[in-house]
Design a protein around this ligand. Structure first.
Ligand SMILES: [Mn+2]
Length: 314
């Protein structure tokens, strides 16, 4: 209602989509209340502002802040299109703030991210994480694996992120090679969607590259994904560079020929039957963005995931 502002301070107990003046007020993701309580919420949003593992342009450390700002544009009562309901009517969700990282101790950062994830999962909530570069998914998956075993990865990306590297070397293009080798994920029950870079080895992952999506359409991608993942617990990881640079220029390693925002959103909206454990959205680098369209795409895709979880409970 008009008149309320700064509801990030007082939107208790995490209910309702929360509406205030779009261009003002304290920023949080979708006007969620900020809280360090990890036991009450069912879904905890947080940022992991880490960008030291990139192979090209840095800047994703500013992703969480930018996505939070773009998300205010989506915090409307009445329900997001096309779902038509308030996803926070039956999902208690908070914004935890950002993972504490010490850039003075870079070798400790993976452990800090893993402990952050372990804390957020400790009360039984699901995580919705804003990167950061894609490396952050790796320590998160370690914490996810402790609770759920080898999950299915539903992976949207321009890149496979499975390039082979020695054990002691991991960056934002190799972590899923290590995750598969270490049994953190089950590649046979995982899908990679939107790829458009060459990698001779699949490491067992099921790939629907960008050409496949464009030629066969989103419905076929949905059907294949539902069949491959089945009822295995699944983790959704969305690298914003899965989208074509015309939809998401604000990222470090853009690749032409990608998905539209609509294609990605429509695929996710079709995955309601999947048992999703958590999600991250990574690689938003606002310094290269135009008109905030990349941050808005990221926030919108995250909102679709929240609506998916809500739909599962309806
Ligand atoms: Mn990636």
């Amino acid at each position: 209602m008009h008149g309320d502002t700064d509801i990030a301070f007082e939107n208790q107990p995490f209910h309702g989509i929360g509406h205030e003046i779009t261009y003002a007020g304290a920023l949080s993701f979708l006007r969620r209340a900020y809280s360090k309580d990890v036991h009450s919420p069912e879904l905890i949003v947080s940022g992991v502002p880490f960008d030291l593992a990139v192979s090209n342009r840095p800047g994703t450390r500013f992703g969480p802040r930018s996505i939070r700002e773009a998300s205010t544009n989506l915090a409307w009562t009445g329900g997001p299109w096309p779902w038509g309901f308030d996803p926070f009517e039956n999902i208690l969700a908070s914004d935890f703030g950002d993972c504490v990282l010490d850039q003075g101790k870079p070798d400790k950062i993976p452990q800090q991210i893993e402990e952050h994830a372990r804390l957020l999962l400790s009360g039984g909530a699901k995580m919705l994480t804003m990167g950061g570069d894609h490396f952050v998914t790796y320590p998160i998956l370690k914490a996810i694996h402790e609770r759920h075993g080898p999950v299915s990865l539903v992976h949207f990306d321009a890149h496979s992120d499975t390039w082979e590297e020695p054990e002691e070397r991991i960056d934002h293009g190799t972590m899923f090679y290590h995750a598969a080798r270490q049994g953190l994920v089950n590649p046979q029950k995982s899908v990679q969607i939107g790829l458009r870079t060459c990698n001779d080895k699949t490491h067992g992952f099921n790939i629907m590259d960008a050409d496949y999506v464009h030629k066969n359409g989103v419905q076929k991608v949905i059907e294949n994904t539902l069949e491959i993942v089945g009822d295995n617990p699944a983790y959704l990881t969305f690298d914003i560079d899965c989208l074509d640079p015309s939809y998401a220029p604000g990222t470090g390693t853009p690749v032409c020929g990608g998905l539209s925002t609509w294609q990605a959103q429509t695929i996710i909206r079709g995955l309601v039957p999947i048992n999703f454990i958590s999600m991250d959205l990574v690689e938003v680098a606002p310094a290269y963005d135009v008109g905030d369209i990349t941050s808005l795409a990221g926030a919108s895709i995250m909102l679709d995931f929240i609506c998916l979880l809500s739909q599962q409970k309806r």
